[in-house]
Every structure is written in structure tokens, then in C-alpha cells.
Write a protein that binds this ligand. Structure first.
Ligand SMILES: C[S@@+](CC[C@H](N)C(=O)[O-])C[C@H]1O[C@@H](n2cnc3c(N)ncnc32)[C@H](O)[C@@H]1O
Length: 274
């Protein structure tokens, strides 16, 4: 048994897992042969996936700093991924040690690494959960311990919604979370798109079909619609390197490689610092 109370043999090494493929794209070591083979099939058709994964991680870093500087002191990070330094709480704690983070993922491999790399500060928690079941997430004892539903909350759905196909109603799922959040809460969302890789998109989606979760790439308009009920903060929904870059402006050549949109939306009703 692992510390999160599930049998270690639940870690399935017979099929590629998106969390472990993403870990491989980021240069991590928490992946298996089956993941590396699938990752290489993706890289053969879109080597740019590595740029997209890194750019997404950089977006996460800038977005979490923005949250902490905006006064957010509690974060629900769904689709945490295999811990990758700096993790959400480490980024937030550079701004304020008071930020509490509840991490959730549905992949046992993330749970296996959570103890050592996500927990231990007292104001973080991790549990295995499926984002497609909002009430089981929102009513979990770890949320109860860490999150005060009367204070603004940041909900992170970073690079995870493309694992929810249209027929599972991602918009309805987000609405269920939105309706449980107090005014002034923020939604941080990033999402894979094929807008810049139209010619090879079908091949990539084919690789993911054989993984434990298939991938649904969405257009800018489709991702924008997922912010229903939220007001986007500047600069809106953009390719992730364009979201408040803290270095030189990204080049056109680099932007053509990054098939990931990102943005932050605020629930109306409270003043913010956007
Ligand atoms: C590409 S990784 C993103 C990790 C991290 N959020 C980031 O952006 O660096 C996607 C993560 O979402 C998780 N995931 C996929 N479907 C999920 C679901 N239905 N519920 C919870 N987590 C899910 C995967 O296990 C994986 O760890």
C-alpha cells in the first residue's frame, strides 16, 4: 500500500499514461518504457511538443506568481502531474508562505511521488480524484482542511482539460466548480491546441488514443468558451508564452511551435489587481 491508501500495483505499466509522457517531455525520470515509446511516436511527428510542455510549465510559474501577488492564499490544483520543480506551492511560497495548496490527480504515479515532493509543509495536501466528478473533489476532507470557501480560491486546470472529450461535457464540469467558488476566485486554464500543427494533429491524437486518456485538441474559440462566467484578465487567452512574459518577447518562430493556449479568468464580484 502507498501512503495515499491504494495498492502500488495499480500503477499500470502496460499502457502509456499522459502524466508520465508529459514527465518525459519535460526531461523527468518518472516514466516507463511504454510511456517513452508513445512519447517518441509523438515527437517523431511533432518535435515541438517539448517546447509546448516547457512553455506550459513556464506559464504555470508566471500564473501562480500572479495569483499570489493578487492576494490569493488558497489554490486547488487539479491535474497536478508528476511533481516537477518548482511545484505550485513552491512558486506560491516564494511570494507568501501562507498560500495553501490542495493537489489532485487521478494517476496513482502522482500519488506515489506526492509525499516526498508535494507535502510536508503543513499547508499542502494531495488526494487521488477525478476532475470529472466535481462534488467528490469539492467535498473531499483535504479540501475541507485546506480551503475556506468564503475566501477567493484559485482553481488550476493547467494542461488537463484536453483529457476531457466533448461528450463528457467539459463546460458543464467547469460550471459545477464555478458555482462552488466565491466571488473574486480565479480560474487558471491552459489547453492543447492543433491550431499551429494542423497537418500532423491527427497522428498525435492517434498516439493518445492508445493511452489511458485520449486527447482533444481545441481551437482558440473552443477554449475561450470554457471561461464562461469568468472575466479574462489581461492579456486574455493567448499562446502561453504571450501570457505576461517576464523575459524578452517570444519570437514568431518560437510561437509557431507552441500549441498551448492559456489564460486566467476572474469570477466577478470582488476587486482584483489585474
Ligand atoms: C499534462 S499533465 C499537466 C500537469 C501540470 N498541471 C502542468 O501543467 O504541468 C496532465 C495531468 O492531468 C492528469 N489528469 C488527466 N485526466 C484527469 C482527470 N480526469 N482527473 C484528474 N487528473 C487528470 C494526468 O494524470 C496528468 O498528471
Amino acid at each position: 500500500m502507498t501512503d495515499q491508501g491504494f495498492p502500488a500495483e495499480e500503477i499500470d505499466t502496460s499502457r502509456p499514461h499522459p502524466a508520465r509522457m508529459y514527465d518525459y517531455f519535460l526531461g523527468g525520470r518518472d516514466n516507463y518504457e511504454v510511456d517513452r515509446e508513445a512519447a517518441h511516436r509523438v515527437l517523431e511527428v511533432v518535435p515541438d511538443v517539448v517546447d509546448g510542455a516547457r512553455a506550459n510549465r513556464e506559464f504555470l510559474r508566471r500564473a501562480v506568481r500572479y495569483l499570489a501577488h493578487s492576494g490569493i492564499r488558497q489554490i486547488i490544483d487539479i491535474g497536478t502531474g508528476i511533481p516537477t520543480s518548482p511545484n505550485t506551492h513552491e512558486i506560491a511560497h516564494e511570494v507568501s508562505r501562507d498560500v495553501r495548496v490542495a493537489y489532485i490527480d487521478n494517476d496513482p504515479i502522482v500519488a506515489r511521488h506526492a509525499d516526498a515532493r508535494l507535502l510536508g509543509t503543513g499547508n499542502t495536501g494531495f488526494f487521488l480524484g477525478d476532475m470529472r466528478d466535481p462534488s467528490s473533489i469539492l467535498e473531499h476532507p483535504t479540501i475541507d482542511r485546506l480551503i475556506d470557501v468564503k475566501e477567493p480560491i484559485a482553481l488550476l486546470l493547467v494542461s488537463v482539460l484536453h483529457f476531457v472529450p466533448d461528450d463528457e461535457d467539459p463546460a458543464g464540469m467547469i460550471a459545477a466548480y464555478r458555482d462552488a467558488l466565491p466571488a473574486g476566485s480565479l480560474l487558471v486554464l491552459s489547453h492543447a491546441t492543433a491550431d499551429f500543427h494542423q497537418d500532423v494533429a491527427a497522428d498525435v491524437l492517434e498516439v493518445y488514443k492508445k493511452a489511458t486518456a485520449s486527447l482533444t485538441a481545441r481551437t482558440h474559440a473552443e477554449v475561450l468558451a470554457l471561461f464562461d462566467g469568468f472575466e479574462l484578465v489581461e492579456p486574455g487567452l493567448v499562446q502561453v508564452p504571450l501570457w505576461r512574459p517576464d523575459g524578452p518577447a517570444p519570437s514568431e518562430e518560437y510561437l509557431r511551435k507552441v500549441g498551448v493556449y492559456g489564460g486566467i479568468g476572474r469570477l466577478a464580484g470582488a476587486e482584483g489587481t489585474a
